[in-house]
Design a protein around this ligand. Sequence first.
Ligand code: WTA
Length: 630
Amino acid sequence: MSDRIHTLSGYFYEYQKSVTEPESFWARIADSFHWKKRWDKVLKWDFEGPNVKWFVNGKLNITENIFEKNLFAFGDRTAIIWEPSEPGEDVRTISYKELYHQVCQFSNALKSKGIQKGDRVIIYMPMIPEAAIAMLACARIGAIHSVVFAGFSANALTDRIIDSGAKAILTSDGNYRGNKKIGIKAIVDEALEKADVETVIVCQRTGQDVTMKAGRDHWWHEVIVGEKDSNVAKEMDSEDPLFILYTSGSTGKPKGVVHSTAGYMVYTKYTFENVFQYSPGDVYWCTADIGWITGHSYIVYGPLLSGATTLMFEGVPTYPDPGRFWAVIEKHKVNQFYTAPTAIRALQAYGTDPIAPYNLDSLKVLGSVGEPINEEAWRWYYNHIGQSRCPIVDTWWQTETGGILVSPIAGITPTKPAFATLPLPGIQLAIVDPEGNELTGNSVEGNLCIKYPWPSMIRTLWGDHGRCKETYFSTYKGMYFTGDGVKRDHDGYYRILGRVDDVINVSGHRMGTAEVENAINEHPLVIESAVVGYPHEVKGQGIYAFVICDMSHRTEENLINEIKETVSKIIGPIAKPDKIQIVSGLPKTRSGKIMRRILRKVAEGSTDNMGDTSTLLDPEVVTKIIEGRK
Ligand code: WTA
């Protein structure tokens, strides 16, 4: 861990170097990895294409940097601690050596099923160690994994199977949610009614009944029989895609963000070790799901590249009771704990009684990710979980950025509630006004852009490079646009203000308003809809839908329930609107554009100050909507 920052002046020194000599800065970091062939040039780039290549012509395999590089030094060290949903069930601990053998064996099984370098493999699994093994096995043989969060519906899964052109799906029979069993394989079966893959491999978890289609479906525990538990990792180019991860954007169709191999590897390890100040022997726990980027970078790749012990938790924060997180911290003596503001707010609502029985003295660092953390939640987290002695790293980043870009370095950067504080080395931020002029100096507010490439940045959108350019590199010329608003205060500290586009952040899950509208419009009685976010005490933002319907067939209540079910079926329960208001019209301009600004105000509960409504086709509509809001 030689690239570790130890002091605040050390941070400023490294940051300065990363800006003035970015190539030698990243070459130094990358040199500590194992390369089958060293790169020819550190960086080639333009943001016009965009065309970004890091460690050009380098050859490597990311799993060799997790295993072969380290097995002699710490093969017996625990790689994964798995805490099951049911507190009474046995914990699983897997050492680096055991993980290596399981990954190799499963990757050999994938090869036997005909999966090769470049093939896409969908992983639709609960939070069990096999999900991480599945990802690493793909990486081992050069297959491109695409993890789909197991809370997505069959329909959403079908879209991702088709868009990625997947050859195989790795899944499980079922999943535990509290004391309920949820069929996972059944959802895969439904998804495969409208799409096709050659192979499905099913890991047994709940033991529930499933249908297996002969020739296509195989049991995980059967395909590994007779496979060797070692192999030679596939040689990959630095820029070969490592994975695709779908995320929401401002249009209806989810985007397949593509990450490449070497840059992602270098950046996730570097940031993991620095941000969390991980020391060998520490137990690190990130509560995200591996279906999201946080799970990819900071449960699996970053920690394992660092030889860390990473805890994987199958359950939910409130099962069997709202003290579960704190019980797990005590049980496994967790040192770094990384979670989302929505979980903190949800647990805060139960008060401090559920914390009292547990000893949280092992904690050294707390982390927050996924959405802006409000000051009150920050303080509660700091005082009651961190016992006023653990620094909080409020980490700002995105699926597209691959790793954390703005964050305190634990215990080194002075923190401020609700501030992500300062950019990490290598990250050149710019705040721009709506015309794209960079706002320099302190005490400014605007849209957040990034001026210079960093190793783990998005390379393309799967199958649609044009959309990648248009979404991220065209709004402001020569810069990557994040979609977030930001403020730089008088100290030069950054505070993320939230999305400025049509993306909302519900319980830390990204949701495109257009995506939800498309789902609502699938209901046969819906004529038109408009979706906006509104402030929600626990979720951060809630989903508010204004819907015009044919009301002659149903009661309002029935219709609202049916619409919620439709959304749940098309996207998944996480996208269900919190509020649906049936309206007779939507506020539109003469050119037919819906004025969301007004709808956002109504959703927030404002009854006046609607701003300029003179450009509306029918200003009366607004009065009716305000009256109709319950
Ligand atoms: C938001 C999650 C404020 C932001 C890693 C971003 C945050 C979007 C923070 C990306 C934070 C994430 N403070 N806002 N610390 N972290 N966000 O792709 O709006 O699921 O653009 O990646 O979450 O969400 P995504």
